[in-house]
Ligand binder design. Sequence first.
Ligand SMILES: [Zn+2]
Ligand SMILES: [Zn+2]
Length: 76
Amino acid sequence: MCYQVVERYSVCRCLYYKHAVDPCAAYGQSGHTVQEKTVLVGYTCNSHSSHRTQLGYGMGVLPDSGYESGAYPPTR
Ligand SMILES: [Zn+2]
Ligand SMILES: [Zn+2]
């Protein structure tokens, strides 16, 4: 099984960095899948930082830290 490390912000779940796939011997064969490994980093990205409250989007208010519904859509 191949692994691909995907780093995400722990609060807003935006993508921080997507690493290259670490291939195994079966890479490229039919039915073979790549397992994503999510690594949480920091808190929020720049666009979801609480310092950007002057933006005119409808989702200007951030939830408190600990909000973990997993269904939090990106702003754009
Ligand atoms: Zn593999
Ligand atoms: Zn974000």
